[in-house]
Design a protein around this ligand. Structure first.
Ligand code: ATP
Length: 446
């Protein structure tokens, strides 16, 4: 039984330790000492991330008859990045500490005279530009004609295909193109677990609208839709804000912009940006490629460049948000009446990597084990399930820590009356449910 539930924020160290211990996130190539800015997703992390991407995809693509799916290549023609401005302008200004050799983003330094890592005074190099695109070469010759980049954002793959898609999908603006995919940025100071990384996933919606005066309406509709999405997965509204960019904070061509920010253990950080980008992107590609990317507007009988509303969300940052937001610790009274600490991830049941865990009360009783295994097998096609056995208190603790909303225990009574105990993660209430009703019971609650 929960006795207290103090409002308590998780630290980055706690979330990092839990993420590793329970198999959400591991450092990439850890046995070789790791590689800064790259991470691997463990058995639970891979499922959690997939669930988040599916939740985005479902709402942004599947529920909309005016949005089509897309999946473009990671390596694109290098001219793409000239048109997009990334070759000329996609850089951060950085400095190196001459003493400890650590590198910092100049705009992130609170004090530009002293190194925050080793404390040396006046040890920084002159600020330098640092292009954030990762380079590779394509084909057998590694000369400059083979130079290519790993895309720093997924959006450009959609822009250069605008005409292909609208013709093939038989769509006319207003309509959207969406994709989820990897993006790469050679960040100078990766950090905060998976917040700032060098390889990440973006979920992007590019919504093209005609110039009919309803573009701001479309912008606000998408902002509202994204607000509802975060709320429907239970992200706490006090820690999420939709920050409206002032004109001087937006690129010159953008008519409106909103940053979606979450209050992480170290402060507010951007998860997603929603922007009205005008005709800027398609204009640039038409200029550099010489190809016409306009559509024919039947009403006005003119060729038009559509206006663009963009929503660009980082899936890794969203996953970190879901982890941090779900984290809770509380004091409970254990089975022996003693106070104990309980760590629990209060994931929304749709996002939980495991939705129902099934236990046998004793591992040395074959009929209990078999019964529990059969129940788990029967639920498996409908929910994400897991079978386990052992000390019930320890099993609950483990499932609480990985955010499993329901634990089902098979005991001796089950053999008599075909009922099981279902324990609710959040309230820790235990219900006695007939085996035959389990599926319905879980369906209603997940
Ligand atoms: P920041 O200012 O934090 O570097 P940004 O403004 O450059 O981010 P955008 O270019 O707007 O980011 O990218 C859209 C989204 O992609 C971001 O809101 C974020 O969720 C995600 N993203 C961008 N860079 C990274 C990164 N290095 N690691 C993880 N996610 C990222």
């Amino acid at each position: 039984m929960a006795t207290t539930s103090p409002e308590r924020r998780v630290t980055l160290e706690e979330i990092t330790a839990l993420a590793k211990r329970r198999g959400f996130v591991f450092q990439s190539s850890e046995i070789y000492g790791g590689l800064a800015g790259f991470w691997d997703f463990g058995p639970l992390g891979a499922v959690l991330k997939r669930n988040i991407k599916n939740a985005w995809w479902h709402d942004t693509v599947e529920l909309r008859d005016d949005v089509v799916a897309f999946d473009s290549s990671i390596v694109m023609h290098p001219s793409t990045w000239e048109a997009s401005g990334h070759v000329a302008a996609f850089h951060d200004v950085m400095v190196d500490c001459r003493v400890c050799k650590h590198r910092f983003r100049y705009d992130h330094l609170k004090d530009t005279s002293r190194c925050p890592d080793c404390g040396s005074k006046n040890s920084f190099t002159e600020p330098r530009n640092f292009n954030l695109m990762l380079k590779t070469s394509v084909g057998p010759m590694e000369d400059t004609s083979a130079l290519a980049y790993l895309r720093p954002e997924t959006a450009q793959g959609i822009f250069v295909n605008f005409k292909n898609v609208y013709q093939a999908a038989r769509k006319r603006p207003p309509f959207g193109i969406a994709q989820i995919g990897k993006a790469f940025r050679n960040e100078i100071t990766p950090g905060n677990l998976i917040f700032r990384v060098r390889e990440f996933e973006q979920a992007e919606l590019e919504y093209f609208v005609p110039e009919d005066g309803k573009d701001m309406e479309a912008f606000h509709e998408w902002v509202e839709r994204r607000k509802t999405w975060y709320a429907s997965y239970g992200i706490s509204s006090e820690r999420l804000r939709f920050y409206e960019l002032k004109p001087e904070e937006r690129p010159h061509y953008a008519k409106a912009g909103i940053d979606v920010e979450y209050e992480f253990p170290w402060g507010w950080g951007e998860l997603e940006s929603i922007a009205h980008r005008g005709t800027y992107d398609l204009d640039a590609h038409m200029r550099i490629s010489g190809k016409d990317l306009r559509f024919f507007d039947e009403e006005t009988k003119t060729h038009q460049t559509p206006l663009l509303i963009e929503s660009s969300a980082g899936m890794d940052r969203t996953m970190l948000t879901v982890l941090v937001d779900a984290y809770d610790r509380e004091q409970v009274v254990d089975q022996n009446g003693k106070p104990a600490d309980r760590t629990v991830l209060r994931f929304h049941p749709k996002l939980s990597p495991v939705q129902a865990a099934v236990f046998s009360l004793a591992r040395n009783k074959p009929d209990l084990v078999e019964r529990a295994r059969n129940i788990e097998r029967a639920l498996r096609p409908h929910f994400r399930t897991q079978y386990d056995e052992g000390n019930i208190g320890a099993l609950y603790r483990r499932q609480d820590e990985i955010g499993t909303p329901f634990c089902i225990t098979v005991d001796y009574e089950t053999l008599d009356d075909a009922s099981v105990t279902v324990r609710d993660r959040d309230s820790m209430r235990q219900d006695r449910i007939g085996e035959a009703h389990l599926r319905n019971y879980l369906e209603e609650r997940t």
